[in-house]
Every structure is written in C-alpha cells, then in structure tokens.
Design a protein around this ligand. Sequence first.
Ligand SMILES: O=P(O)(O)OC[C@H]1O[C@H](OP(=O)(O)OP(=O)(O)O)[C@H](O)[C@@H]1O
Ligand SMILES: Nc1ncnc2[nH]cnc12
Length: 170
Amino acid sequence: MDLKTFIRDIDNFPKEGVVFKDITPLLANAQAMQYTLDKLLEMVGDVSIDKVVGMESRGFFFAPLLAQKLNAGFVPVRKPNKLPAAKTSQTYDLEYGTDTLEIHSDAILAGEKVLVHDDVLATGGTAKATCDLIKRLGGEIVQCNFLIELDFLNGSHKLGDIPTRALLNY
Ligand SMILES: O=P(O)(O)OC[C@H]1O[C@H](OP(=O)(O)OP(=O)(O)O)[C@H](O)[C@@H]1O
Ligand SMILES: Nc1ncnc2[nH]cnc12
C-alpha cells in the first residue's frame, strides 16, 4: 500500500511558508490505519517494551494502539498545565522562543524500556524534550518511532545516538 497517497500537503499552514503534512485522510481509512500500525510495529522489531510514550496531540493517534499490540502501557506527554498529578517538565527552544512539555513523574519507572512515538519528526525539538523527560525519570529509550520524518529539517541529529526510525520520509 502506498501510504503517501493518504497524506496531503496543505500549503501555508499553520504559518506562511510551512507545508503541512495532513494525515487525517490516512486516519479516516481503516485499511491504511491497519497497514500503518503493522508497519510501525515492524519497525520496533522483536524487542520487549514496558511503556509507549506519545506526544500530544497527534502522537496520541497511534501510540496507544502500539502500546496495546506490544503489551505495554501508554504514557502521554502533554503540553503545559494539562496533567493533574505530580509532573516533570522540560523546556526546549523553538525557532523563536521556548515551549514546555510535561510527563507524570510516576509514569515511567527507572530501568523501564520505552518506545517513543509521534506522527511527525520535524526539527526534533518535541522528540528531544520528550527523550530528556524519559531519561530524567530513569527510562531506557529503545527507539523513537515516527510515521513521517521531514529529512530536510535534520531532526534526527538532535536525538544523538537514540535509534530513530520513520515509516515515510520527505
Ligand atoms: O520536530 P518538531 O519541530 O518538534 O515538530 C514535530 C511536532 O510538531 C507537531 O505537533 P504540534 O506542535 O503541531 O502539535 P499537535 O500535535 O497538537 O498538532 C507534531 O505532531 C510533532 O509533535
Ligand atoms: N510540516 C509539518 N506537517 C505536519 N506536522 C508538522 N509538525 C512540524 N512540522 C510539521
């Protein structure tokens, strides 16, 4: 199945000059969803995972499905002031200014094997901040797993030696 036929480019969204990769046609097609889930799982391989971490919002589409298939727990990383219990925060640089992501401090136990999943790897800021949160809780990151990687933004460089895989590259 050619998954790229289910991803459409939206010019100048959310800002002038950005070509937005819209995955909603893929989400709306049952066969494409099933195929994507199978392929994302194939990228993980035959390795034991304790927790799958997904980033708000679009990481939430596939991360819980991956977690269920891997017999792992799902852990949300959220934008600021959304999580109710004791949390750990990580601030990271954007093109202009900074942003923050948060995780519940008890969501990952020291030594747990963690899979990180998001829909898009762009500059890598979101994934790097998420990995930093997981490391601060003592988790061991097995792989950062993406549906889409925007190669020209070099996001995987920001992740250093963390294994990074994407299903589709642009
Ligand atoms: O690699 P980066 O440059 O950090 O960009 C990637 C992030 O950007 C998008 O999320 P967005 O912030 O648009 O939020 P959303 O998922 O709530 O739409 C995407 O879902 C990733 O989480
Ligand atoms: N170009 C893009 N399309 C979709 N999601 C993104 N997140 C960051 N950049 C993006």
